[in-house]
Design a protein around this ligand. Structure first.
Ligand code: MSP
Length: 507
């Protein structure tokens, strides 16, 4: 097999003005799932997430709480990392934009760009949305208000530094033509192309300290701090320097939602081109988790915390729901009823029920000891169903169709549940002479559960570990995806006694 190229996966660095909600969790779940999926297939993956600590938003919320911005972001840094740890979402490096090494990196880029004439000083009047931390052009507004925050932007006039972004517009367009995979899915690429049909203007990259002191000082004028986006985007590169793996930059895949498409698809490539750095490989844009039709957001105050959902239903149920009930690119409404419906139907009835029936019969009839296989055609059809699931999952995850990947695995689980009904080991067991067949059927089903544990691991790691424990299959072997059916368990292998994987939730 050809060696797979390394993968550098990023989530946005989230504003540190509040704690994480389920929307942010979604992006991390996708990153964590992709990392587990590819690592099991031998690919090197490096995941970076973090928080965006400078800017108006953070300064304002700190003031509201009567603390310094520094004290506030220190507190948030703990809160975010603590949340991800508590719900089992892992990453390789956590960005804090207040890190000295990051500030040094940004100041160096700014100094270079200024020296090369890509940054100039000018007077500017524009419409500013504090929620987005950016200026808006009249035509980008929706009935005079910011399309995201539903508030009218504020008119601001001041002298500032500007980055000659427009100079890079033709080159960005050319890149999107020659590298259509740069922005995925294609619908978002077309949105970017539409934005690029009009002049994009230059980018205001400074804030006067008279208005905001919380930021990275400009290296060439200490009356100003750096605009938060110019600071934040470079964290994708500085993170790798800080983590000691700078070579991974050319493997960069950014996961973002559509709210920050423009900074990532236009500002960021222009900034990279100006800094003489290679572009990222791919921007993978997802849709929103809404609440009652409106976007879940800290500024709108309609949010659900991942730790609350975890405490109530378990993190794997949340992961399953987030990945199963929304296509990556599209939007979906988050609802507790929706989550409970999935939990009961797919997790408790579909997977949980299969595991508990199989392992209970295995105990009852054979005290857990696995019996010899003697495959008949129904057994071969069961094996085919799981082989097909594996192929479908690989194809769908490659396309970011996580909902389809899970659907494919559940097709195989449905097949397994029907197989139990058809082969009826519980009926056969009443006749002593049929016990060899009962043993063979249960062995097939234990293999089906083993393969399920392996295939489901990227999506629901805790469930995979539990299944492995119940089967008495070493967790470390969950990554052995190519293990032949029938060879996972040695002669005389004993399976364990399960607890219910997913207790049903009564609403
Ligand atoms: N700080 C900037 C990003 C800088 S990246 C160099 C920012 N922060 S944010 O806190 O507003 O996070 C936005 C991101 O959070 C989205 O792009 C998405 O990854 C995630 N989401 C926030 N709300 C979400 C939903 N309601 N649904 C899906 N994703 C959500 O923008």
């Amino acid at each position: 097999m050809p060696e797979l190229a390394p993968l550098y996966l990023t989530t946005p660095i989230f504003y540190a003005n509040d704690e994480p909600h389920v929307g942010h969790t979604y992006t991390l779940v996708v990153a964590d799932t992709l990392a587990r999926f590819w690592r099991a297939r031998g690919r090197r993956v490096f995941v970076v997430t973090g928080i965006d600590e400078h800017g108006d938003k953070n300064a304002q919320v700190a003031a509201k709480h009567g603390v310094t911005p520094r004290a506030w972001v220190d507190r948030m840094s703990v809160a975010w990392q603590e949340t991800w740890r508590a719900v089992g979402l892992s990453y390789d490096h956590f960005v804090r934009t207040t890190a000295a090494a990051h500030a040094t990196f940004v100041r160096k880029v700014l100094a270079d760009l200024h020296a090369r004439g890509d940054i100039y000083f000018d007077q500017y009047t524009g419409l500013y949305c504090y929620g987005c931390e950016r200026f808006y052009q009249e035509r980008e507004l929706d009935g005079g208000v910011c399309p995201d925050h539903r508030k009218p932007p504020v008119e601001i006039a001041e002298e500032n530094y500007f980055f000659r972004m427009e100079k890079y517009q033709p080159e960005i367009l050319r890149r999107l033509d020659t590298h259509p995979e740069l922005v995925m899915p294609d619908g978002y690429r077309r949105e970017v192309l539409a934005l690029l049909r009009e002049p994009i203007g230059d980018l205001c990259i400074s804030r006067p300290k008279s208005r905001l002191t919380w930021g990275i000082d400009l290296p060439f004028d200490d009356r100003y701090v750096t605009y938060v986006w110019f600071d934040a985007l470079f964290s994708y590169v500085s993170a790798l320097d800080i983590a000691g793996v700078p070579g991974l930059w050319t493997a960069a895949h950014h996961l973002i939602a559509k709210d920050i498409l423009k900074p990532h698809a236009i500002y960021w490539p222009a900034m990279l081109m100006a800094a003489g750095m290679p572009l990222y490989r791919q921007l993978q844009v997802h849709g929103y988790w809404n609440l009652a039709g409106g976007k879940m957001s800290k500024s709108l105050g309609n949010i659900i915390r991942p730790r609350d959902v975890d405490a109530r239903y378990g993190m794997d149920a949340l992961r399953y729901y987030l990945l199963r009930d929304k296509s990556y690119a599209g939007d979906a409404d988050f609802s507790e009823e929706g989550l409970v419906a999935r939990l009961n139907a797919d997790l408790a009835n579909g997977l949980g029920n299969l595991a508990s029936r199989v392992l209970a019969m295995q105990q009852r009839y054979f005290r857990g000891v696995l019996q010899r296989l003697a495959p008949e055609s129904v057994d071969l059809a069961l094996r085919d169903a799981f082989a097909q699931a594996r192929r479908d999952i690989d194809a769908h995850v490659g396309d970011f169709a996580f909902h389809r990947a899970l659907e494919a695995l559940w097709r195989a689980l449905d097949h397994a549940n029907k197989y139990v009904t058809e082969t009826a080991p519980f009926a056969l067991a009443k006749d002593e002479s049929k016990l060899p067949r009962v043993g063979a059927v249960l062995h097939e089903l234990c293999e089906a559960l083993r393969v399920t544990a392996q295939l489901v691991e990227p999506f629901m790691p805790a469930t995979a570990r539990k299944l492995a424990t119940y089967l008495n299959f070493p967790e470390s072997r969950l990554v052995e995806l190519d293990l032949a059916w029938g060879s996972a368990f040695a002669t005389g292998h004993e399976t364990g006694t399960p607890d219910p994987l997913f207790p049903r939730v009564e609403s």
